[in-house]
Design a protein around this ligand. Structure first.
Ligand code: 9WN
Length: 422
């Protein structure tokens, strides 16, 4: 079987018909950026199925525009923490389907553009562009942090869960009275490869505080965790460009999305740290975020760096062997935490392992910044990794060992997307 056929077979096995689960048992509902990345990968091989994926995710959209991070389509499965954690049925503007009260990085407009470029369908773009626009507007209305030009995440689940960059911000969250809950992930994956129970108690404490205000604090700074996450802002900037492109395709005025993309880019550019040769995040309640994670490189994805900055990002970080790049002792890249960071842990979830979606964003960023040879090299390395280790959730960078859930949907779909590129 070819790699593409294997990838399609994984997606078929995870497909419920309505949506593709991120993986069979570990994540049995519909997750937001997972579905967008599935749609992007299906674009070239089954565009109609890709459109279904987009439509099913949008069934979970809230009246104010938010597209939630999990949509709990009715299913007979065991998953905890499930819909009862969120209580969306008693929130204003929530849809009839139970959902979470948070969102995730908005890759959906980018995915819809990829689908439309592969198989143009004007009516489909006309159908979904208003929903995408409403979601993007929601970010700027509900999550804008005054004076920063950026939007905030209010929970680590809105980006890369247990990434070390959130450690300090999470350590301030009061877990008094929040007890340990039963988690279905623990019966499936080794504890050393997943967030700890203390992490989970902190996640639940943040959810409880947000739930008390219907997940809509008066301002982002009122939430216990408020973080100016570079991946989410970079993904939103690129998605605004892609939405503007889609709107132009169907004769809708793209000026709001264009202006939003330009504003985000200017704000992201201002986070450049000349001394470090990388970008810097902010933890709104604690000043500087923790550095040395792949987030420091993410404005590359939105085409923010100039030529000199892009060169430094690549030479001093992304492909540097002692940091995120391949080295003789750790040939698999890009690591999600720098190998020079004291927080680097090669087996633990977002704390070091290689993730296929991160590589996909970085390959696109390298291309966007004109670094074609480097983009090709990272694409080749990523395809080698999946060919050798399968479509896993994440990978150990020294051995390439598959970790987390096996048969993980976005690892399969992004392989298809990589293979479809000329
Ligand atoms: C919590 C589904 C999701 C991804 C996230 C990833 C993980 C869940 C978890 O799985 O999050 O939402 O159990 O940790 O961090 O990026 O969307 O694949």
């Amino acid at each position: 079987m070819s790699l593409a056929d294997e990838a399609r077979a994984v997606l078929a096995r995870n497909d419920t018909g309505l949506f593709v689960k991120p993986s069979q048992r570990l994540y049995p509902f519909q997750w937001n950026w997972d579905s967008a990345l599935v749609a992007a990968g299906l674009a070239a091989v089954d565009p109609e199925r890709a459109r279904t994926e987009v439509r099913s995710l949008l069934l979970g959209q809230w009246a104010d525009g938010m597209v939630p991070h999990i949509v709990f389509h009715p299913q007979d499965v065991e998953y905890r923490p499930g819909p009862e954690l969120w209580g969306s049925d008693s929130c204003d503007g929530a849809p009839a389907l139970p959902t979470s009260g948070l969102t995730q990085p908005p890759v959906l407009a980018t995915a819809v553009r990829i689908v439309h470029e592969a198989a143009p369908d004007q009516a489909f773009v006309e159908e979904v562009a208003p929903a995408l626009d409403a979601w993007h507007r929601w970010f700027h209305r509900e999550r804008a942090v005054e004076g920063s030009g950026l939007v905030a995440i209010l929970h680590p689940w809105e980006s890369a869960d247990n990434a070390p960059r959130f450690d300090r911000a999470l350590a301030r969250v009061d877990v008094e009275g929040v007890s340990r809950i039963e988690r279905t992930d623990q019966a499936q994956i080794a504890a050393a490869e997943r967030p700890t129970d203390l992490d989970y108690r902190r996640y639940l404490a943040v959810v409880a505080s947000l739930r008390a205000c219907g997940y809509r604090p008066a301002a982002p700074a009122d939430a216990p965790f408020t973080y100016l996450d570079l991946p989410l802002n970079s993904i939103l900037a690129a998605a605004e460009d892609d939405l503007a492109w889609l709107q132009s395709e169907v004769g809708v005025d793209p000026s709001r999305a264009e202006a939003a993309a330009a504003g985000l880019r200017t704000a992201l550019a201002a986070t450049w740290d000349e001394e470090a040769g990388a970008y810097r995040e902010r933890d709104l309640h604690g000043g500087e975020g923790v550095t040395g994670t792949v987030a420091d490189l993410f404005p590359l994805y939105a085409g923010v760096p100039d030529e000199r900055q892009a060169r430094r990002l690549v030479d001093e970080h992304l492909l540097a062997s002692d940091r995120f790049g391949p080295s003789p002792s750790a040939p698999w890249a890009v690591t999600t935490v720098s190998k020079s960071s004291p927080a680097f842990d090669p087996r633990n979830y977002w704390r070091g392992p290689v993730w296929i979606n991160v590589n996909w964003f970085l390959v696109r960023g390298l291309e966007r910044c004109g670094l074609r040879a480097e983009a090709n090299e990272l694409r080749r390395l990523t395809l080698d990794l999946v060919a050798r280790s399968g479509f896993s959730e994440y990978y150990e960078p020294t051995t390439g060992e598959p970790l987390g859930s096996r048969e993980f949907s976005w690892s399969a779909s992004l392989t298809l997307e990589f293979l479809s590129e000329p």
